[in-house]
Design a protein around this ligand. Structure first.
Ligand code: IMP
Length: 427
């Protein structure tokens, strides 16, 4: 059985949670490989409606092993709360495991995320405030603390002491706020460590064993390609790679082992936080999409910026991820619109360009060049067969397929598992 990576192809919130929940039925393992509790993966299934921030979306199938892998950062109390909440709602979490290499979000990361954003003033990145950027910065600076560190309390105390000494200098001298207490953080994190110890493992061995048993392994991405720190709208990005390549590094899996890469695209675009978005609609159509699609951040509740599908950005996404197939989500959100637009190029000064510029200053000056297609103006959430879709909806999907240059495997027409059109098998 193969490995399938499920990758956010736009600015996040594409509906990866639903797709993973759907595909996990046949999987032996789901590995989430990037980001932290900045993510909010919505899953609607027979257990109810869930918003998962850290736990892989395969958790609802008791025989599926779910791994929080080395590429993520976890805030222990958030994870413990998420486990408790799932258990209270009857979801078995005994198949959950945490890589001993996963980095921890510490109280100073959350504090610094807020202080750094405040100091950026009008140039704030619009982060989720969950301490994600500072935690990944510490990982790169080699002053991070990993889940495995909690299992050796003495060594953990020594490491925390030296790191906190330095963090307290920054907090007090740069930002003028009170220092954090070593005793308090140490006490809290030792408790978290005791709580999480049964879940902590060398997870690369578990992944290898699943592949040896020929199980289907899903790699669950978080955020989206256009938030990638290398290829996204830097510096208005997140801090870990949501790309298919990030799935290898974030799991400890060879690139040769990934068989299928499924790009998840919304049928339109949304973005939450700052940074350019060429097709953004600051008008009633944007408001209509927001209200129809309940486009408010799962993690922060912020209204999402809404706009037309951007095929220029989609081409970048396909190129750097190597999608073998695509899932189009939230097609039903467009039901009421009389006309739909798709951005097929950008106007930059007097020129037309067909690529996504690397500089945000340049991208901010790009004006979308759009094609217009007729809308279907009929409800489609009940439809399960592609051929039953209104012809205008089929035409819209066919045009997206052509522009993305990748076959459409799935179309989602509602939040529930069954509200899915299986257009073409993934495997
Ligand atoms: P951070 O990841 O909290 O540092 O936020 C950096 C940028 O990524 C901000 O614009 C956030 O709104 C955005 N972001 C982070 N996680 C998500 C997500 O799961 N969905 C959509 N946007 C996200």
């Amino acid at each position: 059985m193969p490995v399938i990576a499920i990758i956010g192809a736009q600015w996040g919130d594409e509906g990866k949670g639903k797709v993973v929940d759907l595909l996990a039925e046949k999987a032996g393992m789901v590995v989430r490989f990037s980001g932290g509790d900045n993510a909010g993966h919505t899953v609607v299934n027979p257990y109810g409606d869930f918003k998962l921030h850290l736990i892989p979306s395969g958790i609802f199938y008791p025989r599926v092993v779910c791994i929080i892998s080395n590429g993520m950062v976890i805030n222990p109390p958030v994870l413990i709360d998420e486990i408790d909440q799932l258990n209270q709602r009857g979801v078995d979490t005994s198949g959950l495991f945490i890589s001993d290499r996963v980095h921890l979000v510490m109280p100073y990361h959350v504090l610094l995320d807020g202080l750094e954003e405040k100091s950026r003033g009008g140039k704030a990145l619009g982060t989720t405030g969950k301490g994600i950027g500072p935690a990944y910065a510490d990982k790169a600076a080699r002053v991070g603390i990993r889940a495995g560190d909690l299992l050796d309390k003495e060594a953990f105390l020594e490491r925390l002491r030296s790191i906190l000494d330095y963090k307290n200098v920054i907090l007090t001298k740069v930002y003028g706020v009170s220092p954090l207490s070593l005793e308090t953080i140490y006490g809290q994190y030792c408790q978290y460590g005791e709580h999480l110890a049964p879940y902590i493992r060398e997870t690369t061995i578990m992944v290898e064993e699943a592949l040896t048993r020929e199980e289907l392994v899903l790699l669950e991405g978080a955020q989206g390609t256009l938030l990638d720190p290398d290829f996204g709208t830097y510096p208005y990005t997140t801090s870990s790679s949501p790309l298919a390549g990030g799935g290898c590094l974030g799991t400890g899996l060879s690139p040769t082992k990934i068989d299928r890469i499924l790009g998840v695209f919304k049928a339109y675009c949304t973005r939450v936080g700052s940074g350019p978005m060429p097709t953004e609609l600051k008008d009633e159509t944007g408001d209509l999409i927001r209200e129809q699609g309940h486009e408010y951040g799962t993690t922060t509740g912020r209204p999402r910026r809404c706009g037309w599908f951007d095929a220029v950005a989609a081409r970048l996404s396909t190129r750097i991820n190597g999608f073998t197939g695509v899932a189009i989500t939230r097609l039903d959100v467009l039901d009421a619109l009389p006309h739909l637009k798709i951005c097929v190029g950008y106007k930059l000064n007097d020129q037309t360009i067909d690529y996504f510029p690397s500089s945000v200053a340049t991208l901010s000056r790009c004006q979308p060049i759009c094609e217009e297609l007729p809308g279907w103006q009929a409800p489609i959430s009940h439809i399960r067969d592609y051929k039953q879709l209104p012809v205008e909806a089929q035409r819209y999907v066919a045009r997206l397929e052509e522009l993305i240059s990748c076959p459409v495997n799935l179309i989602s027409v509602g939040a529930a598992r069954e509200q899915t059109i299986h257009k073409m098998p993934i495997l």
